[in-house]
Design a protein around this ligand. Structure first.
Ligand code: PGA
Length: 253
């Protein structure tokens, strides 16, 4: 954590929670983080729960994210959701390029780039996920993969737009496995990403960029991760589905 950057803790609920369950969860979270003023708190429920949740989080310090969107404005894209639809529901952020989308739904650096540009054009703040597979790490290719994903994602994105982006570094081998990257391993990749952004843009953009770590973050390991200078937040899956654990994560010391 660097005091110049405001921490951002986001809960990615994935394909979990009906509307009733989602509203109950977010109500408890809102209560637990009512006095949390020095960091951003974000929840990313499934699309179907968003209309219910928006009423619960009105006048709270919780920001709303979608988990995905399409890059076109509208049209014949059965099953897809547009940026405008998300804005219409009250979303502020959108997660783009999560490894599960890359792995199971054919997303590539190219589609990730189109989605980022569309989100920025429409006024949504992208949370862009990057991360290497276990086989890539074992082959010594983690940096290469991350560089390719970062450069591919931000093609055509201006320095001013870059200031609206949050990057989430999520090593695929750490997601949902209980295996966290060590704080040093995570910080090394975060510093690497910041260096690439500095080279592609400038020092101001790089210094302002918030980079979350994701992959088996829990209340037990969040403080060690957040103590590292280049780790500015967390993108949390499993531990964001319980109000006590998500609140404990948000309120890390
Ligand atoms: P996890 O998921 O916290 O359950 O590992 C993180 C993520 O996929 O964003």
């Amino acid at each position: 954590m660097n005091p110049k950057r405001r921490p951002i803790i986001a809960g990615n609920w994935k394909m979990n929670k009906t509307t009733v369950e989602a509203c109950e969860l977010v109500r408890k979270i809102a209560y637990a983080v009512i006095n949390t003023k020095d960091r951003d708190v974000v929840v990313a429920p499934p699309f179907t729960a968003i209309p219910g949740i928006i009423d619960v989080i009105r006048d709270t310090n919780i920001g709303l994210a979608a988990q995905n969107m399409h890059w076109e404005d509208k049209g014949a894209f059965t099953g897809e959701i547009s940026a405008e639809m998300l804005l219409d529901l009250g979303c502020k952020y959108v997660i783009i390029g999560h490894s599960e989308r890359r792995q199971y739904f054919g997303e590539t650096d190219g589609t990730v780039n189109k989605k980022i540009r569309q989100a920025l054009n429409k006024g949504l703040l992208p949370i862009v996920c990057v991360g290497e597979l276990l086989s890539e790490r074992e082959a010594g290719k983690a940096n290469e993969v991350i560089e390719r994903q970062v450069m591919g994602a931000f093609k055509g994105v201006t320095a001013a737009e870059m200031q609206k982006i949050v990057i989430a570094y999520e090593p695929v081998w750490a997601i949902g496995t209980g295996k966290t990257a060590t704080p040093d391993q995570a910080n090394e990749i975060h510093a690497f990403i910041r260096g690439k952004v500095k080279a592609a843009y400038n020092a101001d953009v790089a210094e302002g960029l918030r980079i979350q770590y994701g992959g088996s973050v829990t209340p037990d390991n969040v403080s060690q991760l957040m103590a590292k200078p280049d780790i500015d937040g967390a993108l949390v899956g499993g531990a964001s589905l319980k109000p006590e654990s998500f609140a404990a994560l948000v309120n890390f010391k």
